[in-house]
Design a protein around this ligand. Structure first.
Ligand code: NAD
Length: 283
């Protein structure tokens, strides 16, 4: 137990452009029904995680809230993210949807609220961002950011409002490393958060990852998660299996060397994207 508690204390945090900080590893809960999300969140928090990533569209905010309460960690030590679904974009609709997320989670603020997709065909993401700014001013969303935004979407909300998102959560894993977008983020002072960091599990059997794992006597998941950490990314691997939840946080007792980082760097591929392209995604 003392070892597990020490994970909570020793996890790195990244500073955001609003002077808040975020634990660099969080638990992702996509595709997790509420009755499974609750125990997974409780297990994660007891194992030392302090950061949970959910979304209204995951339809498990109620379960996430139950897991948080069951773990009994004080609210100020937790970092809870949720996201606004596309159908709720627009100024007033955003404020209503945010309120519903708070109620389902059973909390009175979130640490990070994200616009889930730009959904450019709706033409509402700038108005949506204005509502986010209001929620931030009211301290109901302690930090505000976006997800799946490309450079043009980032530039548009920043020039319209003067407010830069703290973070952009995008698909990012060894086969889809998003180098161009990461450069844009660096110039704008936006943190990069990796979704599907393990390539939805598909990268765990990759021979390069496996040989690095064998060399360090670690699991493939631990190698990939450590690669995200070493690249200064915020990483939110998903698992509902208690042993894997613990394993995915236990990534600080070893280090990747330059050869490992270079070998993983070479896995980037033109066809590496798994999920939708934000420029054309129409939902
Ligand atoms: P992931 O890359 O985290 O992979 C998850 C899968 O890998 C699991 O289903 C499990 O089968 C496997 N796995 C995890 N740990 C393992 C281990 N130690 N050993 C063996 N197998 C293991 O996939 P993901 O769920 O798509 O992404 C993570 C999180 O990112 C999501 O849960 C969600 O919170 C977020 N996300 C956000 C968006 C977005 O649009 N913003 C999109 C997708 C995902």
């Amino acid at each position: 137990m003392s070892e597990l508690r020490s994970y909570a204390a020793s996890q790195p945090r990244l500073f955001l452009n609003d002077r808040k900080s975020i634990p660099q590893i969080g638990l992702g809960v996509w595709q997790t029904p509420p009755d499974v999300a609750g125990p997974a969140v409780e297990t994660a928090l007891r194992a030392g995680y302090r950061h949970i990533d959910t979304a209204a569209i995951y339809r498990n905010e109620v379960g996430v809230g139950e897991g948080i309460r069951a773990a009994g960690i004080s609210r100020e030590n937790l970092f809870i993210t949720t996201k606004l679904w596309n159908e709720d974009q627009g100024y007033d609709a955003t404020l209503r949807a945010f309120d519903e997320s708070l109620k389902r989670l059973g909390v009175d603020y979130v640490d990070l609220y994200l616009v889930h997709w730009p959904a450019p065909q709706r033409g509402l993401y700038v108005d949506t961002w204005k509502a986010f700014i209001r929620l931030h001013e009211q301290r109901l969303a302690r930090s505000i950011g976006v997800s799946n935004f490309e450079a043009e979407h980032l530039n548009k909300i920043i020039s319209a409002t003067g407010v830069t998102p703290v973070l952009n959560q995008v698909e990012l894993h060894p086969r889809f490393q998003q180098r161009k977008l990461r450069d844009v983020h660096e110039k704008l002072g936006i943190a990069t958060q990796s979704w599907s960091p393990l390539g939805q599990g598909t990268l765990l059997s990759h021979p390069t990852i496996n040989s690095i794992a064998e060399k360090h006597r670690r699991t493939p998941a631990q190698i990939i998660i450590r690669w995200h950490i070493d690249n200064g990314l915020v990483v939110i691997p998903k698992s509902v299996t208690p042993s894997r939840i613990v394993e995915n946080l236990d990534v600080f007792g070893f280090g990747l060397d330059e050869a490992d980082l270079a070998a993983i760097g070479k896995l980037n591929a033109n066809d590496g994207r798994i999920g939708p392209n934000p420029l054309t995604a129409n939902f």
